[in-house]
Design a protein around this ligand. Structure first.
Ligand code: URP
Ligand code: ZN
Ligand code: ZN
Length: 463
């Protein structure tokens, strides 16, 4: 099957231009003005639409056991919701339980995705243990296309690893070309503050935020970058939430270090007051790092504009309010940490970034697609509209009005963090590897059609 996308405005990270796109099979064959209609068996008219590379969400948690429960979207519902928002690739996280081999974790996550994923997916490996064959396992993962690892400086006794483990992991990536992603919060100090709060009877959701100071994030970011510098490896800070933490990344980058960071829509658009909602509704906004004071928000937008931050991902980790967030009704530390967002990333960043003049259209594409493709070893297969790339293409209607709501969203979760947010600009058509999987609000994809993406080591963080 061949498809011609005609009369659209093509937007890549480096250029915007009127052009047609010819797709043959799974790949883009040609991008230029004036491709004749006769070249294809099917024509999609993109008059008045922006034609952009599909979104890449480099941080999702589907079907993930966490906080005594499991995130409510699995690979079937989560990737379907992603497509509804114009995302055509995700990178999810497999978890190595302590004392086990990473290959077993990889097998477990492949099984979770098998027959379910509706768009292409990659995997990072969460490392909890480098004893035994841990370093060999990291090399093994890289050979399998799992070219990035996440390590936690938070959640003592659960996921947190010590500095020696972080340094050993970073040193291994200096050899095998993978990328370490850091959850940067000083978990040991936070645990002391949390214990004090509980001892004082402070159990409501707001204390989740009040016990996790921005300094604890900034200290961990600083330490992560210092360890990476000693190991001579790049490092990528996930879900960066505050100005204090951002300053650490900016200073490192100004010194020429290969330090990278992402933030997420929730940190750009919401603030700490959400956790103080009555009737336990603050629990809907319990994730880590927590929401911060409002003054941080413009700093993060500025960071995106000036490339102090390179990526916007979602950290999609949904838990239903009624029966999952409720686990922490009498103790905020028992609220499963995480929030939903896989469906709304492009809508929110386009509306609040491009429409409101904070980001150019090209920077928008870079943040939501091209940069994650480069940094995580998928470029130029993904993240650009060019001959030879996968035909992951979205047709975007800049005039479409949409109101975000749990009543109409496709994520399997009973609330939206952005309930009632009105956005202008939304996806009209989504093509994944040459197949139209969404058109005019009608889903045409199929569970199991999405494939595991083997990602390359020595991606953009190394060059
Ligand atoms: O609260 C969060 N962010 N949950 C997901 C796990 C993580 O730390 O990314
Ligand atoms: Zn994290
Ligand atoms: Zn996460």
């Amino acid at each position: 099957m061949s498809t011609l996308i005609r009369n659209g405005t093509v937007v890549n990270a480096d250029a915007t231009f009127p052009a047609d796109i010819l797709v043959e099979g799974e790949k883009i064959k040609e991008v230029r003005a004036g491709i004749p209609e006769t070249a294809a068996t099917r024509v999609l008219d993109a008059t008045g639409l922006l034609v952009m590379p599909g979104g890449i969400d480099a941080h999702t948690h589907l079907d993930m056991p966490f906080g005594g429960t499991t995130s409510s979207d699995d690979f079937e519902t989560g990737t379907r919701a992603a497509a509804f928002g114009g995302t055509t690739t995700i990178v999810d996280f497999a978890i190595q339980p302590r004392g086990t081999r990473m290959r077993d974790a990889l097998d477990t996550w492949w099984k979770k995705a098998d027959g379910k994923a509706q768009i292409d997916y990659g995997l990072h490996m969460i490392v909890t243990d480098l004893g035994g064959a841990g370093l060999e396992d990291m090399d093994d993962m890289v050979r399998e296309g799992v070219a990035s690892f996440k390590l936690f400086m938070a959640y003592p006794n659960v996921l947190m690893v010590d500095d020696a483990t972080i340094f050993r992991a970073l040193s291994q990536t200096a050899k095998n070309g993978a990328l370490v992603c850091m959850h940067a919060e000083n978990g040991s100090v936070i645990d002391v503050i949390v214990a004090r709060a509980l001892a004082e009877g402070k159990t409501a959701p707001i204390y989740h935020a009040l016990t996790r100071p921005t300094t604890a994030e900034a200290e961990a970011v600083h330490r992560a970058i210092a360890l990476a510098e000693i190991a001579r490896a790049p490092v990528y800070i996930v879900h960066l939430s505050s100005e204090d933490a951002l300053n650490e990344v900016r200073e490192a980058r100004d010194r020429g270090l290969p330090a990278f960071a992402e933030t997420c829509p929730q940190y750009l658009l919401l603030s700490i007051e959400e956790l103080d909602r009555p009737n336990f509704e603050g629990a809907k906004y319990v994730f880590t790092p927590p929401l911060r004071e409002k003054k941080n928000l413009p700093k993060l937008w500025d960071g995106l504009k000036h490339d102090h931050l390179q990526v916007v991902s979602t950290d999609h980790c949904p838990f239903c309010f009624e029966d999952q967030k409720a686990l922490g009704k009498s103790d905020f530390t028992k609220i499963p940490n995480g929030g939903p967002g896989i469906e709304n990333r492009l809508q929110l960043i386009y509306h609040h970034g491009v429409n409101q003049g904070k980001l150019t259209l090209n920077r928008f594409v870079e943040l939501v697609s091209t940069a994650p493709a480069r940094i995580f070893g998928m470029f130029p297969r993904k993240g650009v509209l060019a001959a030879g790339s996968d035909a992951d293409i979205i047709l975007w209607d800049p005039a479409a009005d949409h109101t975000i709501s749990a009543q109409t969203h496709h994520m399997r979760v009973d609330y939206s963090m952005f309930e009632g947010f009105r956005v202008k600009g939304n996806v009209r058509t989504v093509m994944s590897c040459g197949e139209v999987i969404l058109d005019g609000g009608v889903f045409l994809g199929k569970a199991g059609r999405g494939r595991f993406l083997k990602r390359q080591a020595r991606g953009g963080a190394w060059t």
